[in-house]
Design a protein around this ligand. Sequence first.
Ligand SMILES: C[S@@+](CC[C@H](N)C(=O)[O-])C[C@H]1O[C@@H](n2cnc3c(N)ncnc32)[C@H](O)[C@@H]1O
Length: 373
Amino acid sequence: MKTAERYDLGPLVTFKPNKELPIYNWFRFREAFSRDFVALMLGYFNLREDDWILDPFCGSGTTLLAAKEKGINAVGVDAHPVFAFVSRVKTQSYSLESLKELKKDFFSRKFVKPNLEVADPLLKKAFSRYALEDIAFFRSEIKRIEEVIMRDLMVLAFVVSSMKVSFAAKDGAVLRFVRKKHPPLRKVFKGSVEKFIRHLKKMEPRSCEISVKQGDARKLDFMATESFDAVITSPPYLNKLEYVKAFDVEEALLKELVGIDSTERYLGIDLERSDAVFPDLKLPPVARAYFSDMKACLEEMHRVLRKGGKAALVVGQGVFPDGIVESDVLVAKLAGRVGFNVDKRLIVNKRVATKQRTVKIGDALESILFLTK
Ligand SMILES: C[S@@+](CC[C@H](N)C(=O)[O-])C[C@H]1O[C@@H](n2cnc3c(N)ncnc32)[C@H](O)[C@@H]1O
C-alpha cells in the first residue's frame, strides 16, 4: 500500500475549523471533521452537480452540508438518533420569512408554569428546577408548531440552548453534573433561533437533494446497488465509544418532540457477533467486533458505489493499554478484501497515546484511506 505523510492536512480532519462556520457550528461534535476537508475531497474526486455522495457515518452532517454548498446531492446515515436529527436539520431548506414570523410569535407566548412531577430522572439531574420549568413549557409550545421542518429547527435550537444552561459536562464517555448559575433558557433559546436565521441567510440556495436516515452502515439495504459516485466519511474510531453515552441528555430532550429510535446499532459494541476477520492477529474482543463490523460496512460501501467510484475514509488507530492497534492499516486490508483498490494511505496526524495519563503506549496515527471501486 502506498503510504505518505501529510501532517499539514491534520487540522482539517478535526472539528476545529468548523467552530466559526455558520451552520457547521450549530452542534459541537468533537469527533467531526471539517468542511475544508470535505471541500478538498470533492475537488480531488472531481465531483460535480448531479453526482451523488454517501456518508454512511454522517455524524453532525459535515459531508452533507459541504456537498449542499456546492450543489452536489448527498445521502447521510447515522446510527445515533441525535446525530441523524442534527444532520437533517442542518441540511434542510427553509423559508426565512416563515421562520422570522414563527420566531416572533413563539417568543411572545405567555409563560405558563408547568407541572414537573413526571420529569425524566436524567433531566432532573441535568437541570435546575427553574430550567426544567422552562424546558417543559417550551416542549409543549414546540409541539404546537405544525410544519415539521420548522418544528425540527426549533427543536434543535431548543436542545443546543438547553445544553448551554445544563449542569451536564462531557468528560470522555462519562457525563458529570456540576451545579452552577445559568442564564434563563428563554434568553439563550431566542438567541440561538436568531443565530440560526442569520446563518441560514448566508447559505446560497442550491437545487440539490440532501437526505438523512437513522440507520446502520452495515446494512444499507434501502440503497440501490451502484447508485453513488463517491463516499466521504469517517467511521467511529476503534475503542472510542464516547458518543454512545455522552449525548444521553440531548437524547432525553429530543424524546417526545421527535420520533426517537434508540436501538443501538453502533460499530464494535456487539462482542457476541464478532467473527474473526483477522484470525492470525491477537486482538482485544472490542477490536475483533469492530473489524468484523467494518468489513460489513466496507462491503456495503463497495456495493452502493458505481464502478470507478471513489471513497475517502478518515480512520484513527485504536489505543489499548497493551499497545496501539493499527486500524487504518487493517481497514485498508479489509477494503482490499471486499474488492476495493486501495490507492493510498495518507497519514495526517500522530498523537502520543498514554495510559494512566503519564505512561507512553506509543504514537496513535490518523490516516485518510483513498479507495476506488
Ligand atoms: C467519527 S463520527 C463521524 C463524524 C462526522 N464525519 C462529522 O463530521 O460529524 C462517527 C459516527 O458514526 C456513527 N456510527 C456508529 N456506528 C454506526 C453504524 N453502525 N452505522 C452508522 N453510523 C454509526 C456514530 O454515531 C458517529 O456519529
